[in-house]
Design a binder for this molecule. Sequence first.
Ligand code: GRG
Length: 270
Amino acid sequence: MWPEKLHRAIRHSVFAGGKRLRPILCLAAGETAGAPPGRLLAPACALEMIHTYSLIHDDLPALDNDDLRRGVPTCHVQFGEATAILAGDALLTHGLGTLARFPEGGEFAAAKIRVLETVVEAIGTRGMIGGQAADLGAEDEHDPSEALVLSIHENKTGRLIRASLAVGAILSGAPRDVLRSLETYGRAVGLAFQIKDDLLDVEADAATLGKSAGKDAAAGKATFPAVWGVERSRAMLSEQIEQAIESARGLPARGGRLPELARYVEERNK
Ligand code: GRG
């Protein structure tokens, strides 16, 4: 379908695999809040589109300059830089458009506006992009503070994870206390996810990860093992996971699949 090359580039990145963590969290939040599963399918896909946009742009030569992602050549290596930029732009646009449209029906009009506000805030300059900008700024810091590292990852990685849970809850009509518990769960899981990501960068190989390994340490990046050391980072990871599981257990249906998803974040090997 026209424009042919751009669509091939988009499919290359979206369908290369990936853990699909953000859509899964959205669906799990919706399940515990009692939504019929079909309602959340398109919004969950939209979150994966937005996440994939951030990966394509993050891999570009001007940012991380990576050539492997999800076990295949990165979008710019396969299709050229200009097409990769457009593929990222298109995924962001299509993701937001999908959130504006689905679920269809006038009864969801107000919820969809809340969803868009939540996601846009989470991925903008005061969220994911802000975190990315702060990460770039931290490259010149020889001794980044603990607060700076926490704030970079909270924004760069944590915000979209938290927003994914919120989307599931908002579209399920969840009450305020459920949203609050999901927020606590998402904060802990988001932090744990990034600690684990940093530990895997140190401990795993590229063949298992499907992306380059050891690069953060080599680039002197502000990572959890660099600031706290490997042992302390492992302990922090367990603390966050236990906290996430505890808040999930207070949700309807004892959090459904959310506790086991937190355990997955702790134990994943890629
Ligand atoms: C507009 C230039 C520009 C950038 C967009 C790139 C960017 C903003 C933000 C960076 C967001 C980013 C790539 C954060 C890293 C988070 C992270 C650890 C991603 C890997 O997520 P996984 O492991 O990947 O869930 P899979 O492939 O499994 O989906």
